[in-house]
Write a protein that binds this ligand. Structure first.
Ligand SMILES: Cc1cc2nc3c(=O)[nH]c(=O)nc-3n(C[C@H](O)[C@H](O)[C@H](O)COP(=O)(O)OP(=O)(O)OC[C@H]3O[C@@H](n4cnc5c(N)ncnc54)[C@H](O)[C@@H]3O)c2cc1C
Ligand code: SF4
Length: 488
């Protein structure tokens, strides 16, 4: 339980950041993790509250009080065993999870939450450094073959779990490298890609086969999603060759903004812009990379993807970066008695915002203005919310200068042809329809075909994808063998 009086003695410690001018010069991670002593002190703040809401606030149900206590006592090796018992990839979540666990921490009722994410980060980084993270190949093979479509966090977590109980797992990925949005989307400065490579090596040693550059079924001609496939495998072939198929293809269909001028040059989806920089960072030579250098950049969409466009544009050397959000500016502080232990509504300022960005709230885009076929500005209007309805403020139109517009308004649904090729039913939002019930969960309407991650739940978080991958693995294992020792 940490130290009995720790929460009264010690303050919350935030992880440090490299200074802005230094970190803008490259795409490297810039978070300075807690030292062993700092993590120990942070672990000491966990107060054995009796009902650990953090454990429930965490989508993979990390056993947080236990690893806090182990870190406080200096037992790092058992701390990683506890952490790995619920989370296959704490080095991903320890870096990029928004930490709903901390919103739910009991200390957060009237004080600063325990720095759970920073402790998680410290545990897994130490575990890798000490050589404690090793392949865990299955002692007995089942002879059953499972195809996992998509190598994002959902597909990776599922593949690792399934391989560890002895199934022969092949992961199919249309892109040239493994990782899904962890690889192509999330900027390297938030998470360097060597973390994925290290896990891929571990999983290969556990028997997982990765087939990159292979598209399963076929995407629609007009799909605006990353696709570096060199070959195609049909849904029928996959069903014939494997005992079960798990679809973890993500929710890749970006939301568009069909206002006048949308077809002008210089207006792009965030997912055209961000993956290109990931590729360049990986050493690939790209012809005509989309660059923000010397440009007035407008990012439309106030979420994480938008924030990643801001950070990348600043690293390119943009002249100015402005981010639009349709909703009004949230309060700086949450109303804790109202929101705890849930995810609070409050202003979130990311490290990318701190690097330089104008943030405009309650603003809508009316039209893109251009000259000679190229965008030069964005016509906007202020909006108000009345009775849940958006109303334009008369006379508030203005035109802002723009040479590059990045659309980061979220994702609508999975790219549907792959679901159609398997005959998988969709829910009202266009996601693969499957429940998360303990019995029969993650199964679609098609025999032997399962779905998990963003492809099933819609656009979400890495930690939710890991949860779904783990739970779906158990469902597939039960389907193949009649029972499962895998945790849910
Ligand atoms: C720019 C950006 C930043 C984000 N930042 C964060 C963050 O900081 N923290 C956080 O928690 N979440 C973040 N997210 C959300 C998070 O990345 C996703 O929720 C998560 O990656 C979903 O995992 P997944 O495995 O379900 O799908 P994905 O990661 O989308 O992976 C799906 C994979 O399937 C492949 N695929 C799709 N169809 C086929 C096919 N037919 N054949 C073969 N392969 C196929 C795709 O190429 C892709 O590699 C971010 C998302 C974006 C876009
Ligand atoms: S995975 Fe996310 S929610 Fe869970 S303990 Fe880690 S930071 Fe918290």
């Amino acid at each position: 339980m940490g130290k009995v009086t720790g929460f009264m003695e010690y303050e919350r410690l935030e992880e440090g950041y490299e200074p802005v001018p230094a970190r803008l010069k490259n795409y490297k991670e810039f978070v300075i993790a807690l030292s062993a002593d700092q993590a120990k002190q942070q672990g000491a703040r966990c107060m054995d509250c009796g009902t650990p809401f953090c454990n429930n606030g965490c989508p993979v149900n990390n056993i947080i009080p236990d690893f806090n206590d182990l870190v406080y006592r200096g037992d790092w090796q058992n701390a990683i065993t506890v952490l790995h018992s619920t989370n296959n990839f704490p080095e991903f979540t320890g870096r990029i999870c928004p930490a709903p666990c901390e919103a739910a921490c009991t200390l957060n009722v009237n004080d600063d939450a325990v720095g759970i994410k920073s402790i998680e980060h410290a545990i897994i980084d130490r575990a890798w450094l000490e050589g404690w993270v090793k392949p865990q190949p299955a002692a007995v093979k089942t002879g059953k073959r499972v195809a996992v479509v998509g190598s994002g966090p959902a597909g990776l977590a599922a593949a690792q779990q399934l391989a560890r109980v002895g199934h022969e797992v092949t992961v199919f990925e249309k892109n040239d490298r493994v990782g899904g949005l962890l690889r192509y989307g999330i900027p390297d400065f938030k998470m360097e890609k060597s973390h994925i490579d290290r896990r891929v090596q571990q999983m290969e040693a556990e028997g997982v086969v990765f087939r990159t550059g292979v598209l399963v079924a076929s995407l629609g001609e007009d799909s605006k999603v990353t696709n570096w496939a060199k070959e195609t495998v049909s849904a029928e072939d996959l069903k014939a060759q494997f005992d079960a198929v798990l679809l973890c293809g993500g929710a890749e269909q970006s939301r568009d903004l069909p206002v006048p001028g949308r077809d002008l040059a210089g207006i792009h989806f965030a997912m055209e812009f961000l993956p290109q920089q990931n590729k360049v960072n990986a050493g690939d030579k790209l012809k005509g990379q989309l660059r923000a250098e010397g440009k007035h950049v407008i990012v439309i969409g106030g979420g994480d993807t938008g924030s990643d466009c801001v950070g990348t544009s600043n690293r390119h050397g943009a002249k100015s970066v402005t981010q639009f959000e349709l909703m009004p500016r949230p309060p700086e502080e949450e109303d804790r008695p109202l929101t705890w232990p849930y995810w609070p509504y409050k202003l979130r300022t990311s490290s990318s915002h701190e690097e330089g960005c104008e943030r405009e709230f309650a603003i809508a885009t009316k039209e893109f203005i251009g000259e000679k076929g190229k965008v030069t500005g964005v016509k906007t209007v202020r909006v108000e919310w009345q009775g849940g309805k958006m109303v334009e403020v008369p006379g508030s139109e203005q035109v802002l200068k723009a040479d590059l517009v990045l659309l980061a308004m979220g994702f609508v649904a999975p790219v549907s042809p792959v679901l159609e090729a398997f005959g998988v039913g969709k829910d009202a939002r266009g996601n693969a329809k499957a429940s998360t019930e303990a019995q029969g969960g993650y199964a679609t309407n098609v025999d032997k075909v399962f779905a998990a991650g963003d492809m099933r739940r819609g656009q979400s978080l890495v930690v939710w994808a890991i949860r779904e991958g783990r739970q779906a693995a158990r469902a597939v294992d039960e389907y193949l063998t009649g029972s499962s020792v895998l945790p849910r």
